[in-house]
Design a protein around this ligand. Structure first.
Ligand code: CAA
Length: 301
């Protein structure tokens, strides 16, 4: 049984709501309302401004993600936007219009994207509607991106006389390659969900109304796996953006070796060899249905 949510443990704010564990959206199916063990849901809640990322919202978001990252009960974090029109339509342009180079250099809010990206816990963006500018950058700061068929991505900052400032020039280029990123950033052209998936920006595209449920399904799949291995795998894949190949291979080797001797490695391999479900450390045991019998090897003669 998954424990009932305790709102006092991870209080949200009026700009960012938190549900731990996440609750499945009410979509009329039999799973609606069910709690998703090990998964936190973070919702940007400024729908009247298409969830524009004010500095206050970014600061709340970063603080909340850091608190969730430090909670051993949270194994995956899903980030979404309130309402159906937007994940986030960018940094708050009214607020940005008042800024100077010095005020921006001193702004804590502007560090929000990097603080989210620094989480060791896997993060999934569940994107419906607009994910523009800082909203696209927030989605890209997550590890996985589930896009509804109505999602629209883009870096339109050039049309405001600025450039992306939440990591967009770097992450979009790494996600889709220099030629395509250059075109999207220099023109500000938005792209729809299917093109985002084709370019490698989105992990998958699902019917719009199923976006959050699909992101929670993906989160639940990852949350069911051994947390140390999941975090090590995330760290190794993330390092691709930072390290040359040889250093990346070395890091992978170190993280690989460090798994050995952990309770989950011993248990995972023993369970495989004993043909039973593993009991991951610190997790209640939910026996999986037995594996279908493996086909017998034919012996000659
Ligand atoms: N900042 C502040 N407010 C925003 C906003 C933003 N990024 N995006 C939308 N809003 C507000 C609008 O001002 C409007 O508020 P009011 O109802 O009070 O007028 C409300 O949200 C609804 O928006 P629209 O009426 O514009 O809705 P639309 O359907 O006609 O257009 C849109 C939707 C195409 C997304 C359009 O709102 C838009 O172009 N938004 C701005 C997108 C953008 O340029 N983002 C980049 C911001 S800069 C940035 O992000 C820098 C960085 O990298 C850090």
């Amino acid at each position: 049984m998954t424990d009932a949510p305790d709102p006092a443990r991870h209080p949200g704010t009026d700009l960012v709501a938190v549900d731990v564990p996440a609750r499945r959206p009410s979509s009329g199916d039999e799973e609606a309302g069910a709690l998703v063990d090990g998964v936190a849901l973070v919702t940007l809640t400024r729908p009247c401004a298409l969830n524009a990322l004010s500095f206050a919202l970014l600061t709340d978001l970063a603080r909340i993600v850091e608190a969730l990252d430090a909670d051993p009960e949270v194994r995956v974090i899903v980030i979404t936007g309130a309402g159906m029109r937007a994940f986030a339509a960018g940094a708050d342009i009214a607020e940005l219009a008042e800024q100077t180079p010095d005020s921006l250099a001193a702004s804590e809010g502007l560090r929000g994207w990097e603080r989210v990206a620094a989480a060791r816990t896997p993060t999934i963006a569940a994107v419906r509607g607009y994910a523009l500018g800082g909203g696209c950058e927030l989605a890209m700061a997550c590890d996985l991106l589930v896009a509804g068929s109505d999602a629209v991505f883009g870096q339109p900052e050039i049309k405001l006389g600025i450039i992306p400032g939440g990591g967009g020039t770097q992450r979009l280029t790494r996600a889709i390659g220099a030629a395509r990123a250059m075109e999207l950033i220099l023109t500000g052209r938005p792209i729809h969900a299917d093109e985002a998936a084709r370019l490698g920006l989105a992990t998958k595209v699902v019917p719009a109304e199923e976006t959050l449920a699909a992101a929670l399904d993906l989160a639940a799949e990852i949350a069911a796996l051994p947390v140390g291995a999941v975090r090590a795998a995330k760290a190794a894949v993330r390092a691709v953006a930072e390290l040359p190949l040889t250093a990346g291979i070395q890091l992978e080797g170190t993280l690989f070796r460090e798994r050995f001797g952990t309770a989950d490695q011993v248990e995972g391999m023993r369970a495989f060899l004993e043909k039973r479900s593993p009991r991951w450390e610190g997790r209640p045991f939910h026996p999986a249905p037995p594996h279908p019998p493996r086909p017998r090897k034919e012996r000659p003669g």
